[in-house]
Design a protein around this ligand. Structure first.
Ligand SMILES: Cc1cc2nc3c(=O)[nH]c(=O)nc-3n(C[C@H](O)[C@H](O)[C@H](O)COP(=O)(O)OP(=O)(O)OC[C@H]3O[C@@H](n4cnc5c(N)ncnc54)[C@H](O)[C@@H]3O)c2cc1C
Ligand code: SF4
Length: 527
C-alpha cells in the first residue's frame, strides 16, 4: 500500500461483494474494517442463533474478501483492545492505518446512522456515506413517492417497483393481465398437506467456533443453538434458494397463510436471514423466481405473490421506516401499555397457537409471517401490549430482525401503533381465523367455538374488548363498520359477559421478568 488508505467499514448486514462502499475502490489503497462489537450483539438480547448466524457470516465474508485480494482488518469480539462500539473501532482503525478518509454504505438502522454521522467529528476525516444499492428503491425516490400522498398504500408502490425492475412485465403491462394474484392465494391447510422438510446446513469449523463463543458469552439469551442450520455463506444461501425454487415456490402462494403444528416453515422461503445480512441479492432472487414461471415450473400466482413480498413489501417497509423514524419507535396510537407476558418468552401457556409459535421461535429463531402477524401480533394488538416491548421481543427473537424491517412490521402492520399509516385497518381477528388457517386449535386447552368463559379461546372475547376499548379511535373506519355494527347489535348482557371474560383473562397475564429482552442497565438508545 503506497499511500494512506481509505477506510471502508462493512457492517454485519452488508455482507455483499457488490456493496456500494467497495464499488469504486481498489484493494491497493483500501482497508476494509469489520467489527464484532458488544454494543451490537447486546443492545437487545438477541436470540443466540441470530448472533451465531451474523458473526459466522461476517467471518466467512472476511475470508471471501481476503481471497478476492482485499485487505481486511477484522476486530474480533474477544480482542482485548476492542472498544466494543462501532464508533470506537472506527476511530481506532482510522488511527491505526493513518486513513485519509472513510467510505461506507448507509446503514439499515436509524440508530447506526446517528453513529455514522458522528464519525467525521470523531476522526477528523471526510466520511462519504453512499446509498445502499441492494434495494430497488433509493430512499430519496421513496420520499418523493410519498410526498404529497394522503395514503401510502403498498399496492401502488409495488406497481412502480414492477415497472422499475421489469419483473413479471409484458411490455408496460403486468404478466397475466393482473398486478396482484392474492385472491388466488392464501387458503387454509388442506387435509394431508405435506410441506417439504426445510433445508439446513451443517455448521463448519468457523460456525462451530462461533457457536462455542455464543454459548459462552450469550448463553443467558433467549433461544437454542442445538438445531443451528442457517446458511452463513453465499454458496449455502444459494443452495437454500435453489431448494425453495424447486420444492416450495410452486405451492408458496396457496399456503402462504396456513399454519401446521408439525410443519413450522410450511412453503416459505426461509431466505430473510440471508437476504437481510447480504448473502442473497433481492432482485436476483426475484429473477430466479420469475424464470421458474417462464419455464412453466411455477404458476404465476405463486411467483407474483413471492415477488410482491420482496420488491413490494420489503422495499415499502424500508421506505416507511426511514420516512417515519425516529417517531415510529415511540408511536402508540392506541395507547397500549400492558407489559409483554412471561409466556411470550417461555412458551408456557395453554394457548396452543402461541406455545407452538414460541417453541419454533426458540428452536430456530424463525416463525413465518402469519405466525408473527396473526398469532403473536394479533395477540399483542388485542391484549393491548406495549408497542416498545413488543418491538423489543421481535427484534430479539428472529434471525432476520433488524430494526428497519422489524419495527414497521410491528408498529405499523401488527399493532396499528402508527395510527394506520401502513395498514388501512388493524389486523385484528378472533380465534375463528386461527382455527381456519391452522391445525393448532384441535390440540388447545381452550375451545375456539366457545365465546366467553374460562375455557373459551381468549382471542374471542379479546377481539370485542379491543374494538370496544378503541371505539373512539376505530369505529369510524369504514373497514370496521361491519364489526362495530355486530358488536352494537349484541344484547347488553352479552356484551357485558364478553368484556368481563376478556378482563378475567387479561388479569391472568404475568408480566415478563425484566432482563429477557434487554440488560437492565441498557436503554433503547444505549448502543
Ligand atoms: C410482526 C412482524 C414482524 C416481522 N419482523 C421481520 C423482521 O424482523 N425481519 C424480516 O425480514 N421480516 C420481518 N417480518 C416480515 C415477514 O414475516 C418475514 O420477512 C418472513 O416471515 C421471513 O420468512 P421467509 O424468508 O420464509 O419469507 P417468505 O414468506 O418466504 O417471503 C419471502 C420474502 O419476502 C419478504 N417479506 C415478506 N413479507 C415481508 C414484510 N412484511 N416485510 C418485509 N419483508 C417481507 C422477506 O424478505 C421474505 O424473505 C415481520 C412480520 C411481522 C408481521
Ligand atoms: S383455541 Fe384459541 S388459543 Fe387455542 S389454538 Fe385456537 S386460536 Fe389459539
Amino acid at each position: 500500500m503506497t499511500q494512506s488508505p481509505v477506510l471502508v467499514p462493512i457492517l454485519g448486514d452488508q455482507l455483499s461483494p457488490a456493496i456500494s462502499s467497495l464499488a469504486d475502490r481498489t484493494p491497493d489503497d483500501t482497508v476494509v474494517l469489520m467489527m464484532e462489537v458488544a454494543a451490537e450483539t447486546g443492545y437487545v438480547r438477541h436470540h443466540q442463533a441470530k448472533i451465531a448466524l451474523i458473526l459466522s457470516a461476517m467471518r466467512h465474508f472476511a475470508d471471501e474478501l481476503r481471497a478476492a485480494g482485499w485487505r481486511v482488518d477484522y476486530v474480533a469480539l474477544d480482542d482485548p483492545a476492542n472498544t466494543q462500539s462501532f464508533t470506537g473501532e472506527v476511530v481506532r482503525a482510522a488511527q491505526r492505518h493513518g486513513a485519509r478518509g472513510i467510505q461506507v454504505t448507509e446503514p439499515g438502522e436509524w440508530r447506526v446512522r446517528q453513529m455514522m454521522d458522528s464519525w467525521g467529528g470523531a476522526t477528523g476525516l471526510r466520511v462519504r456515506i453512499l446509498g445502499d444499492k441492494r434495494f430497488v428503491c433509493p430512499l430519496p425516490d421513496f420520499f418523493a413517492w410519498a410526498a404529497g400522498r394522503r395514503e401510502l398504500r403498498m399496492e401502488w408502490f409495488y406497481r412502480d417497483m414492477r415497472r422499475r425492475t421489469g419483473l413479471l412485465m409484458d411490455g408496460d403491462q403486468p404478466a397475466g393481465g393482473r398486478w396482484n394474484f392474492d385472491a388466488d392465494n392464501r387458503a387454509g391447510p388442506a387435509p394431508g398437506l405435506q410441506p417439504p422438510a426445510p433445508a439446513t446446513f451443517a455448521p463448519d469449523a468457523i460456525t462451530r467456533d462461533v457457536i462455542e463463543l455464543v454459548r459462552a458469552r450469550f448463553g443467558h439469551h433467549f433461544g437454542s443453538l442445538d438445531r443451528f442450520g442457517w446458511p452463513v455463506t453465499r454458496a449455502d444461501a444459494d443452495a437454500l434458494l435453489d431448494r425453495f425454487l424447486a420444492e416450495r415456490l410452486p405451492q408458496f402462494g396457496a399456503w402462504q397463510d396456513a399454519m401446521l403444528a408439525d410443519h413450522d416453515t410450511m412453503f416459505h422461503a426461509l431466505i430473510s436471514p440471508a437476504l437481510n445480512c447480504g448473502l442473497l441479492d433481492p432482485v436476483e432472487v426475484c429473477r430466479r423466481a420469475e424464470a421458474e414461471y417462464h419455464a412453466g415450473r411455477a404458476p404465476l400466482a405463486a411467483v407474483e405473490g413471492f415477488v410482491r413480498q420482496i420488491i413490494g413489501w420489503r422495499e415499502y417497509i424500508r421506505g416507511m421506516y426511514w420516512l417515519d423514524m425516529p417517531g415510529m419507535a415511540t408511536a402508540n396510537a392506541l395507547a397500549a401499555t400492558r407489559p409483554v407476558p412471561e409466556f411470550w418468552w417461555t412458551g408456557d401457556t395453554p394457548m396452543a397457537c402461541i406455545a407452538q409459535t414460541v417453541r419454533a421461535t426458540r428452536d430456530t429463531a424463525y416463525a413465518h409471517h402469519i405466525q408473527r402477524l396473526m398469532v403473536m401480533g394479533n395477540f399483542a394488538l388485542l391484549a393491548g401490549l406495549d408497542p416498545g416491548q413488543v418491538a423489543d421481543w421481535f427484534l430479539a427473537v428472529y434471525a432476520d430482525a433488524y430494526e428497519w424491517v422489524e419495527l414497521p412490521n410491528v408498529a405499523g402492520m401488527a399493532l396499528h401503533a402508527d395510527g394506520g399509516r401502513l395498514a388501512s385497518k388493524p389486523y385484528a381477528a378472533s380465534g375463528a381465523y386461527i382455527a381456519r388457517m391452522s391445525d393448532y386449535c384441535g390440540d388447545c386447552a381452550y375451545s375456539v367455538k366457545q365465546k366467553v368463559g374460562a375455557s373459551a379461546c381468549p382471542f374471542n372475547a379479546l377481539y370485542w374488548h379491543f374494538l370496544d376499548r378503541n371505539s373512539d379511535r376505530l369505529s369510524r373506519n369504514p373497514r370496521l363498520a361491519t364489526a362495530y355494527a355486530t358488536w352494537r347489535r349484541m344484547s347488553e348482557d352479552k356484551r357485558a359477559d364478553t368484556l368481563a371474560s376478556a378482563e378475567a383473562f387479561l388479569a391472568t397475564l404475568e408480566p415478563a421478568a425484566p432482563g429477557w429482552a434487554r440488560d437492565q442497565a441498557s436503554s433503547k438508545s444505549a448502543a
